[in-house]
Write a protein that binds this ligand. Structure first.
Ligand code: ZN
Length: 300
């Protein structure tokens, strides 16, 4: 059997924290990022360059990006939803940008105050400027598996957006289950529909709102995804989607992948330390289970 490998993209500092009412200080966020890097994570979505009035937790985006540890091979991404955010991200020194385009009109208006078409045009503009600046460009298709306001999202809508964003220069496409309603059959459906037209690298973003996040992640691995988003501790949620809960947890995902002989390059003990760090900051237990149950087989 050939060894498989998948990249884990840590989104705890961004998606994980953005829904937290208690604002975590910049120094504590930097210490959290240090712990994530020490655990072997090499691609970290450090923050989001959105209006501080909309997401107060991300008000320190510029300062945080200047303070994160710079190590060989570690890439920091900033999430952006518009041109102003991109200009800030570029100025703050991100290594790559992740631009969100939402799949439905209602959620696109609530999340970023623009129509879906405007989202695609904004993406193409940012993509061109980012490439000129030598940055990698990811597009995240939000609500690709279902919308909190409009319900079912048609496969053709998602594939159409992927098509337009690949035309617009996306180096990588993330299909995001923002509200945790997807099941493995949906992952199959979307991957096969996208693959009929494109071989763009596919990455997935799952929330575990209805306990299907890990089954979805495994399905994505089997279908050739290049990367998976996860947040350490399984913290997170979207401030603009009612009842959205945390991402799949990096440590639980990494344990499953490691036992399945899929390489990720991360160390479980390091992930558990990062998770306890953020648990201490938030002052309540995180949803992840590996820290409670312990890895198997037990160490030593
Ligand atoms: Zn998310």
């Amino acid at each position: 059997m050939t060894t498989r490998r998948i990249e884990l993209v840590e989104v705890g500092p961004r998606d994980g924290l953005q829904n937290e009412p208690t604002v975590v200080g910049t120094a504590a966020k930097v210490a959290y990022v240090e712990a994530l890097v020490a655990a072997g994570l090499r691609r970290i979505e450090a923050t989001s360059f959105v209006h501080p009035g909309r997401v107060p937790q991300m008000a320190d985006a510029d300062e945080l990006m200047r303070a994160v540890p710079r190590r060989d091979g570690v890439r920091y991404s900033g999430l952006v939803v518009n041109r102003r955010g991109f200009d800030r991200a570029l100025g703050a020194g991100v290594d790559e940008v992740n631009v969100v385009v939402v799949a439905t009109e209602t959620f696109s208006q609530r999340n970023q105050g623009m129509t879906v078409d405007e989202g695609v045009r904004t993406f193409a503009e940012i993509s061109r400027l980012a490439h000129q600046a030598g940055l990698g460009v990811t597009v995240t298709i939000g609500a690709a598996f279902g919308c909190p306001f409009e319900g079912e999202v048609a496969t053709e809508q998602v594939v159409g957006l992927v098509h337009r964003c690949v035309d617009g220069g996306a180096d990588e496409v993330v299909l995001a289950d923002t509200i945790g309603v997807g099941v493995p059959a949906d992952v199959h459906r979307l991957v096969s529909a996208v693959r009929d037209e494109h071989d763009v690298p596919l990455r997935f973003h799952f929330h575990n709102t209805r306990n299907t996040g890990y089954a979805n992640a495994w399905t994505a691995v089997e279908l050739g995804a290049v990367a998976l988003d996860a947040s350490s501790g399984g913290i997170g949620g979207c401030p603009f989607a009612p009842a959205a809960t945390g991402n799949i947890a990096t440590e639980d995902l990494a344990w499953m992948l490691s036992r399945s002989k899929v390489e990720t390059g991360v160390a479980l003990d390091g992930l558990l330390s990062a998770s306890s760090h953020i648990e201490g900051e938030l002052g309540r237990p995180v949803p992840a289970l590996l820290g409670r149950a312990g890895p198997f087989p037990p160490a030593g």
